[in-house]
Write a protein that binds this ligand. Structure first.
Ligand code: FPP
Length: 251
């Protein structure tokens, strides 16, 4: 049986890793292939990365599979990505389920085809009780959309707009905020991904194109994360004082 989430990981291992999987188009272009071929390889890289996260004891992985802005891409790429999502759902979900992965699809479902929506719902229901890794495949997701939809829910319930009320209605309310944000493909921007939730995430940028990403790149990101000092608005001295062993503990 899968190990419960609470017994995994260590202080030095991020609980939640968020990834912008960038570089699929360039990977394909280098090989004179259509962009969709890069996205297909991207699914392979995602499968490898889920396995590497399970091995590392990471408890939540959130990936940006399709952004609210991606609709503006060429029509054949948009339909290719929708087709790929349907295909990935039929091919990957049972393997993920066997590995103890709980899958969610944060994002605006209103514009997705009934076929894709049904696949997402089935995958989410099938894996709902798994506990080894929560995988958030953000699909038709945008950070601004998320904040607005959360605010609309808070308002509809007649609640005051507070940080806590908004956070409880965001699309990732079922997991703590990301500790580590990775973007591949050499670009250094957030591109409207989890903009609320990444307030205190550590950022890591990899030159690797997403289809080339795998366990060794994840390991480099985790090693960089372990060298960071997370201060959450405090000073270094305050952090050290809070984490230093007491004389009692030193004995
Ligand atoms: C950004 O690379 C990537 C995307 C817009 C799509 C990411 C999707 C996957 C990795 C496949 C998994 C998704 C599904 C649907 C299961 P880019 O195309 O912007 O690359 P470029 O910067 O090289 O052009």
């Amino acid at each position: 049986m899968a190990e419960p989430l609470s017994s995994q990981g260590s202080i030095a291992t991020p609980h939640h890793v968020a990834i912008v999987m960038d570089g699929n188009g360039r990977w394909a272009k280098k090989r004179f292939l259509p962009r969709v071929a890069g996205h297909k390889q991207g699914v392979e890289a995602l499968r490898r990365t889920v396995k590497a996260c399970l091995d590392a004891g990471i408890q939540v992985l959130s990936v940006f599979a399709f952004s609210s802005e991606n609709w503006a891409r060429p029509a054949d790429e948009v339909s290719g990505l929708m087709e790929l999502m349907a295909l990935a759902l039929s091919r990957e979900v049972s393997g993920l389920h066997q590995q103890g992965v709980q899958i969610h699809f944060p994002g605006d479902k209103s514009r997705l085809s009934p076929r894709v929506t049904e696949g997402l719902e089935k995958a989410q229901a099938l894996t709902a009780h798994n506990t080894r890794l929560v995988l958030n495949v953000c699909f038709n997701y945008g950070g601004r959309w998320d904040i607005v939809q959360a605010a609309a829910q808070v308002q509809a319930q007649g609640l005051p707009i507070t940080e806590q009320n908004l956070a409880q209605h965001l699309a990732l309310a079922h997991v703590p905020d990301p500790d580590l944000f990775i973007r591949t493909g050499g670009e250094m921007r957030v591109s409207n991904f989890l903009i609320w939730q990444m307030a205190y995430a550590e950022f890591y940028f990899s030159q690797a194109l997403w289809p080339d990403f795998g366990p060794s790149e994840l390991e480099s990101a985790l090693a960089a994360y372990q060298r960071r000092e997370r201060r959450f608005g405090l000073t270094s001295e305050q952090i050290n004082a809070a984490t230093a062993p007491t004389p009692e503990e030193n004995r």
